[in-house]
Design a protein around this ligand. Structure first.
Ligand code: UDX
Length: 439
């Protein structure tokens, strides 16, 4: 919405939320999320044509277009528990829009929701005897965290799904006009509602599938002596395959991939497409396997016991340039290392507050330390889980000198200079390539 406001000075954009605390943060200089480039843009537009408010009912009434961007977590109870999407926030929002709308509205689904959920939205909005007309559009969000501003200012594509009726197409054109302020026409694509909803799930499923695929190859490389970075480069240079999203790692995280694939799996099961459900579910199972494999590699390398050993964890966010830790591989990996009775010093430039919340049930064995040099004090090993650029610039001789010997480093992202680390004296365990060890 900040980018829309900054690119469309002739529109007034108001962001509303039920959380007063969050809206206050959006109205301050300390935004509730860390996203490079966002604060400058908020400061430029706020108070001019961008507003943050808790006056939901008034803003519904005043708006012509309403973007529904509420959370759609995986349902954790009843029918479809663990796979289906919990639609309660979507439904509550639809009811609130219906109660407060006194003029016709275009309602845009921005949240990722199950295929054909627009139908539910339409049914609620059109129920009872309200003379107000609602037109539902699907406009899924493809931006990724950490690169949100860039992805929104120069998107690969903007997808708008609508009903194929005169009023549906008219609403679609109104939304297209918003994006045409800065997105070239050929990047706007239009589909029917269900294709648009499904495309969002499929995009995330395909991206996650590439990661799980390369992670399976990493395992093969570790036992055969091949190098996953070299394989990935050779494979990715085939223009039919492409080079992006072929980096092996400790497993994918984030708020979308697991949730959206499980949503796709649930959809397949609902239509009794069981083989197809099993195919996609495997992408998630392999991700679980990859996180566990990372833990096992640490355990095996460190003489099959971590009892009483100290490990420095470099990075807790699910990826760099964000403080977000939702579904981060670090959560699983740290919990498993703690089960093995290791002591953990967790460091991260932006995610320590979230890390503390994620591990709040853990009573002992974990410290959260801002400074990486302090985190490695007396450590037996380092596990790098998030590839923050700053980790490349550290003085690893200084780090080595502070550690117990033999010193281990497990580079879960193949982010560091392994040869240089080995020469300093580290035993280096990359992902998907042979270890460099002095032992
Ligand atoms: C994703 C989609 O990319 C985006 O289009 C959608 O709108 C939301 O979901 P996001 O979750 O922000 O975005 O992060 P993304 O960059 O896709 O990374 C997801 C995870 O995959 C991270 O944990 C990342 O470290 C991991 N990853 C990514 C790899 O392990 N290897 C890769 O090659 C790429």
């Amino acid at each position: 919405m900040t980018i829309i406001a900054s690119k469309c000075p002739d529109y007034k954009v108001t962001v509303v939320d039920i959380s007063e605390e969050r809206i206050n943060a959006w109205n301050s200089d300390k935004l509730p999320i860390f996203e490079p480039g966002l604060l400058e843009r908020v400061l430029k537009a706020r108070g001019k044509n961008l507003f943050f408010s808790t006056e939901i009912d008034r803003c519904i009434d005043e708006a012509d277009i309403i973007f529904v961007s509420v959370n759609t977590p995986t349902k954790m109870f009843g029918e479809g528990a663990g796979k289906a999407v919990d639609l309660q926030f979507i439904e509550q929002t639809a009811r609130r829009i219906k109660e407060n709308a006194k003029s016709n509205k275009i309602v845009v689904e921005k949240s990722t929701i199950p295929v054909r959920a627009a139908e539910t939205l339409a049914k609620i909005l059109h129920s009872g005897n309200n003379s107000v007309q609602f037109e539902i559009l699907s406009n899924p969000e493809f931006m990724a965290e950490g690169t949100g501003v860039r992805d929104m200012e120069a998107p690969d594509r903007i997808l708008i799904g609508s009903m194929d009726t005169p009023s549906g197409l008219a609403a679609r054109n109104i939304l297209m006009d918003v994006y045409l302020h800065w997105v070239p026409k050929e990047r706007l694509i239009t589909t029917n509602l269900w294709s648009s909803e499904l495309s969002k799930l499929v995009s995330n499923a395909f991206l996650a599938q590439r990661i799980s695929s390369i992670n399976t190859i990493a395992s093969i490389c570790e036992v055969t002596g091949a190098d996953v970075t070299e394989v990935s480069r050779a494979v990715g240079m085939d223009s039919r395959i492409g080079s992006k999203f072929l980096n092996a790692g400790p497993g994918f995280g984030g708020s979308c991939f697991r949730k959206d694939i499980l949503n796709l799996v649930y959809l397949c099961e609902y239509y009794q497409l069981n083989e197809i459900a099993a195919f996609w579910e495997q992408v998630v199972s392999l991700n679980d396997y990859q996180m566990e494999r990372f833990v096992k590699r640490i355990l095996q390398a460190m003489f099959n016991t971590l009892v009483g050993k100290k490990l420095a964890i470099f990075g807790f966010a699910f990826k760099p340039d964000t403080g977000d830790t939702r579904d981060a591989p670090a959560i699983y990996i740290c919990k498993r290392l703690l089960e093995e009775k290791a002591f953990l010093n967790i460091t991260d430039p932006h995610a320590l507050n979230n890390a503390r919340k994620d591990l709040q049930d853990i009573e002992e064995g974990v410290d959260f330390i801002e400074d990486p040099y302090q985190a490695v004090e007396g450590a037996h090993g380092i596990a790098l889980i998030t590839e923050w650029a700053s980790y490349k610039k550290l003085d690893y001789q200084k780090i080595f000198d502070k550690m117990e010997k033999p010193a281990f480093i497990f580079d879960g992202r193949n982010h560091l200079d392994h040869k240089a680390l080995y020469e300093i004296g580290f035993n280096v365990y990359p992902i998907g390539k042979p270890a460099l060890k002095h032992l």
